[in-house]
Ligand binder design. Structure first.
Ligand code: GLU
Length: 377
């Protein structure tokens, strides 16, 4: 059963497994201290959910914001990568301590997982994380996840916990993600505009929705903003996982948002199976194949990518790497695992099957990106 209304989020029957993402602006006050009272109300709410049979995973930000104050770093610890990494190292240890303490008060065992982008991009490591999460939930623990910011470098970072939460939801086979934010949800224009209205439901993210997200401003403490929340909704939605943005600033935020029926719910769009969901949620492609209109049309009908339809090859990738497929105008159409290296792709791009053996020096493969290893975006 899919989560299709905010009220579904509150019950084990309609949402057996939930990922709750807590942003920095909620956890840490302007002076850089933990908002302890608020966090203990959230811990109580999580415990209540658990007692009712709902499984909860937490994705918690706040390490950088917490550590920045302790180290006396300017710009909330985000002035440079080295600052962010040092701040995260200091903040994470404090963050784990407080989660562990407050959940313990509620009789719950907290479990910490610090993940890098690569942990979820690599299939084997993704499955490994997935089984750790499953085992923890089975034993009644509440996993508290964050990015391993102190070791992740700029190129291999998620950078925001919104997308991390969507990926964790996939890995955990969750039914929904709730992003607790300092705003009520997505507004149809800049929320500072008094005529701005809350968008309660989104089914399918199009240009209009993207434009709304671009107009929304964030708190400035975390790194997310509305754009990364939309990306998270896309990743989740393709895997059949609903995503909601609700205002988390008050005590017991989840129950409050559900009771008030206030927030934005992104409806799940389709239900890719496990492997395809993982593939569709991958974030770090190694290259881009641009295809002609005929190939783009065939792709939409479920065909594989053949060399004849490729007009350009960008990037340096090896066989088996993730590539994004673009249409003529640079629109993202699909992503998948490529069957050839970048050099081989360049050699056979635009060429018919009959010409390829000579160019490659061996019998060509069935496709450049096979439909079984590709998802439409
Ligand atoms: N992982 C970061 C932290 O713990 C937060 C990332 C975000 O702002 O979404 O501070």
């Amino acid at each position: 059963m899919a989560v299709t209304a905010l009220s579904h989020l509150g019950a084990a029957e309609t949402c057996p497994r939930l990922v709750l993402k807590v942003g920095s602006a909620l956890l840490v006050d302007r002076a850089g201290a933990v908002r302890r009272e608020w966090l203990s109300s959230l811990a109580a709410e999580i415990a209540e959910k658990r007692r009712q049979g709902q499984e909860v995973l937490v994705v918690s930000s706040g390490a950088i914001a917490l550590g920045a104050r302790r180290l006396g770093l300017a710009h909330g610890g985000r002035a440079s990568l080295a600052d962010a990494q040092a701040a995260a190292a200091v903040g994470q240890i404090a963050l784990s301590a407080i989660w562990s303490e407050l959940l313990e008060v509620e009789g719950i065992t907290a479990a910490q997982l610090l993940l890098t982008l690569d942990d979820l991009e690599d299939r084997r490591r993704y499955l490994n994380a997935s089984s750790t999460l499953a085992r923890l939930l089975e034993r009644g623990a509440v996993p508290v996840v964050n990015e391993n910011d102190s070791v992740a470098t700029a190129e291999i970072r998620f950078g925001d916990n919104d997308r991390l939460a969507a990926r964790v939801a996939q890995a955990a086979g969750a039914d929904a993600v709730v992003l607790l934010s300092d705003v009520d949800g997505l507004f149809d224009r800049d929320p500072a505009d008094p005529t701005a209205e809350l968008v309660r439901e989104v089914s399918g993210i199009d240009e209009q929705v993207r434009a709304m997200a671009g107009a929304s401003s964030g708190s400035g403490m975390g790194s997310g903003g509305m754009v990364s929340k939309l990306q998270a909704a896309e990743i989740a939605g393709r895997a059949g996982i609903a995503l909601a943005i609700v205002n988390g600033t008050h005590a017991r935020p989840l129950s409050r948002a559900i009771a008030a029926d206030r927030g934005t719910l992104f409806q799940p769009q389709r239900r890719d199976g496990g492997r395809k969901a993982w593939l569709g949620g991958r974030l770090a492609p190694a290259g881009v194949l641009t295809v002609d209109e005929g190939c783009a049309a065939a792709l939409a009908e479920g065909a594989s990518i053949l060399a004849a339809g490729i007009t350009a090859v960008d990037g340096d990738f090896a066989r088996g790497d993730l590539v994004t497929v673009h249409g003529r105008k640079g629109d993202r159409l699909a992503q998948g695992l490529v069957e050839y290296s970048a050099g081989e792709c360049r050699a056979i791009a635009g060429r018919k099957a009959s010409e390829q053996a000579d160019l490659l020096g061996y019998a060509p493969r069935a496709a450049v990106v096979h439909r079984d290893h590709m998802v439409l975006l």
